[in-house]
Ligand binder design. Structure first.
Ligand code: NAD
Length: 314
């Protein structure tokens, strides 16, 4: 198993940090190089090699790949939906440039395998909202969604034209307690837990009935490693796989928290992120991921709520 040497770009972020730690457990600390433009948490910095690197620095990334004899790259650096709407051109440049750098390294056979996450943001207001199919209308209205949709097309193109082994998942909103989220539209579902413990009340920036697809971090990490470990022929979709676990509204999440913390109170004050949320699906059909490479989630709303409250109290 251990001829694998992994580079994670964007390793200090919400998903990258937990993914890096899990990969270090699986493949050995010295075989998993974490990199980001900023330092990560204590555990990430102490447990293995870390390099400060800009994901848009083509030469710098190529040098890291050569220095550490990297075989697999996980490209987690990106500008997310809410921040991207404030800096559209910067979001586009970061999200696209970093992807081309990594795809081209694979095209030139300097690396074997690429993981690149897409998002439910590839869908838009004209997409069927419930049980959104794998293949459907995609007219995203955010720069972030546009960059992810375009990225998906390029991934499939590099696979078809150049045989690049790129694998991708359309993550839903990822809920976790170890690292703070990075400016997405589903961040309310994390902030709510912090505030429930700290102050006992929370004002949601999405309306009470806004249902969005969500997933606990452990499930997201499992899906990421599962698709990267799957035999090549099982990964039939080379744009990006729909991936689903649970779907809930702020009101339903507040009720689940109240079941654990009866004093908890929620109020609603939707802001600009409501419009983004309204353009996204409420639930996702992920039959292809389940059939092709055996995806299964393990956290439902109650289990997620308990894990978040316990994790944050610790
Ligand atoms: P995040 O914002 O928490 O982390 C991104 C990391 O990238 C940060 O540590 C940041 O410092 C780093 N970064 C930013 N610019 C960089 C640059 N120029 N060079 C190097 N590093 C840079 O994001 P995340 O939530 O961990 O998301 C990781 C990936 O998953 C992204 O591609 C995101 O679009 C995707 N995704 C996340 C979610 C979610 O709910 N978190 C949902 C769907 C898709």
């Amino acid at each position: 198993m251990n001829s694998k040497r992994i580079l994670i770009i964007g390793a200090s972020g919400q998903i990258g940090s937990e993914l890096s730690l899990k990969l270090r457990v699986l493949y050995g600390n010295e075989n998993v190089v974490a990199s980001d433009i900023k330092k990560g948490g204590k555990e990430l910095m102490a447990s293995g090699p870390f390099e400060i690197m800009d994901a848009t620095d083509e030469e710098g990334i190529a040098n890291l790949v050569e220095k550490y004899e990297i075989t697999d790259v996980y490209l987690m650096a990106a500008m997310l939906s809410a921040t991207g709407e404030k800096m559209p051109m910067k979001a586009w440049d970061l999200n696209m440039d970093s992807l081309f750098i990594v795809l081209n390294l694979a095209k030139e056979k300097k690396i074997n395998k690429v993981f690149w996450p897409s998002s439910i943001a590839v869908f838009g207001p004209s997409t069927p909202k419930q049980n959104t199919p794998q293949t459907t209308i995609m007219e995203p209205t955010t720069v972030y969604g546009m960059s992810k949709q375009t990225g998906e097309r390029w991934c499939e193109y590099y696979f078809r034209k150049f045989g690049v082994d790129v694998r991708s998942i359309r993550y839903p909103g990822i809920i976790s307690y170890k690292t703070l989220p990075g400016g997405g539209t589903t961040d309310y579902a994390i902030e709510i837990f912090h505030e429930a413990i700290k102050s006992g009340n929370y004002t949601s920036f999405l309306s009470e009935d806004t249902a969005l697809p969500m997933m606990f971090m452990d499930d997201a990490i499992k899906a990421t490693i599962d698709i990267m470990e799957a035999p090549k022929e099982k990964v039939k979709i080379r744009s990006s796989y729909n991936l689903s676990a649970i779907s809930f509204t702020p009101k339903e999440l507040a009720e689940a928290i109240k079941a654990e913390l009866p004093e908890f109170e929620i109020t609603y004050n939707p802001d600009f992120r409501q419009e983004i949320a309204d353009s996204w699906p409420s639930s996702i059909n992920d039959t292809s991921a389940r059939e092709d490479w055996g995806w299964k989630h393990t956290y439902d709303l109650q289990k997620l709520t308990q894990a978040m409250l316990e994790g944050l109290k610790d």
